[in-house]
Write a protein that binds this ligand. Structure first.
Ligand code: V47
Length: 368
């Protein structure tokens, strides 16, 4: 039989995987450097099918971005504003109640809640926000606050990270999203987001969350000034923490969008690089179960193709996305249940509606 691979380095990696040997930094570089996209996709798809068969997950979720006022002002962000600046907003608890009740007839399973580092908000605001969500929608999972926000909450509450997470948990926090580490490199941190906590602190907060029983996701922002070596280092650092805690549920590569940011000259990521990031993550993160193709950032069409390049999850309906659309994303603002299932079935996979913890959810009503 002829070999699948036009790149001989992939053949060697294939044999390593067959012998269940862990991939290392050099393998990661070879996977990123290869131009054998089909060979890379084949390796990732084989791994993906071994874990998940032909299942592809999605969740009925809603995003809530409670404020865009942010003290960090990262170079790559088009969402943040200074207090009082044109377009700055902060939702009151009453605004949040209104947003949730407006969608109360929809079978939302997960609320994804993130916002800027707004120095005017007291700790009680965050507790009230979670309690309000749980009061209006007792059945939803509250997936809220990146490690960056948790670090800020601990500072304003004057408590340790452990105590802060414990209080938020009592209020109803069940899971944390994966944003905030961007790409784990001192060089990139200095250049693009020096006011934000560094990756060592991000990892410390994630470790504490995991040890407190909070499952989290992890992300990597790619397609700006990072090198391939920095990407591989990022993935291997996540793998190392996962060996210790087992607390990461899914990994989501985030494709940089430059419009209205301080890096407007940077070109959009290519489909080729988007698929590579999915596939390399699937292969290097051997201890993280799920890889998400986040359709908001790579578009619905490519997200569908990514299911054959290592991704097993398309995230969800979202209802209304702000962060990437303010940076020029041209994908939909939100998708319906039938959009999600059509994307999956027409790619040859079996759709599984899930809750936040990847338990299958029974459809209770016909698709709209
Ligand atoms: O940390 C900010 C990124 C992240 C831009 O855990 C940008 O399920 C592209 O973390 N272009 C927040 N990306 C989003 C996030 C996330 C998204 C979906 C699912 C989950 C999950 C988490 O968005 C930030 C940053 O890395 N971001 N600006 C931009 N211009």
């Amino acid at each position: 039989m002829t070999s699948y691979f036009t790149d001989k380095r992939l053949e060697a990696i294939f044999r390593k995987i067959e012998r269940e040997k862990r991939l290392n930094f050099d393998d990661g570089m070879a996977l990123y450097e290869t131009t054998d996209l089909i060979g890379l996709g084949h390796l990732a798809d084989t791994d993906r099918r071994r874990r998940h068969g032909d299942r592809a997950y999605w969740v009925y979720n809603q995003h809530l971005n409670y404020t865009n006022v942010c003290a960090n002002r990262c170079q790559f962000c088009a969402f943040a504003r200074d207090a009082g600046e044109d377009g700055a907003y902060t939702f009151s608890i009453a605004d949040i109640e209104k947003q949730l009740t407006a969608r109360i007839d929809e079978p939302v399973r997960e609320l994804h809640v993130v916002g800027g580092i707004n120095p005017a908000l007291p700790f009680d605001y965050y507790l009230d926000m979670i309690k309000t969500i749980k009061a209006i929608r007792p059945g939803v999972t509250v997936k809220a606050f990146t490690a960056v926000e948790i670090d800020n909450l601990a500072a304003i509450a004057g408590r340790t990270h452990e105590e802060t997470i414990a209080e938020l948990k009592t209020a109803g926090l069940e899971m944390m999203p994966g944003g905030g580490a961007e790409v784990m490199s001192r060089r990139v941190h200095q250049k693009l987001f020096h006011r934000k906590i560094d990756h060592e602190r991000w990892l410390d907060v994630m470790k504490i969350a995991h040890k407190s029983g909070i499952i989290t996701n992890a992300t990597m922002l790619y397609g700006h000034i990072e090198t391939l070596a920095e990407r591989v280092h990022h993935l291997l650092t996540l793998r190392e923490l996962q060996d210790e805690t087992g607390g990461f549920s899914a990994f989501i590569p985030l494709a940089f969008h430059s419009a209205h940011t301080r890096l407007p000259h940077l070109p959009a990521t290519t489909a080729y690089d988007d698929l590579k990031n999915i596939a390399v993550a699937r292969l290097l993160l051997d201890n993280i179960d799920h890889i998400k193709a986040y359709w908001v950032m790579i578009g619905e069409k490519l997200a569908q193709v990514a299911l054959a390049f290592g991704a097993d999850d398309l995230d969800g309906t979202i209802i209304e996305e702000k962060i990437t659309h303010m940076a020029g994303a041209r994908s939909a603002r939100g998708l319906t249940r039938s959009d999600m299932t059509r994307m999956i079935t027409t790619a040859g996979f079996t759709p599984v509606q899930r809750d936040s913890f990847y338990h299958p959810v029974k459809e209770s009503a016909p698709l709209p």
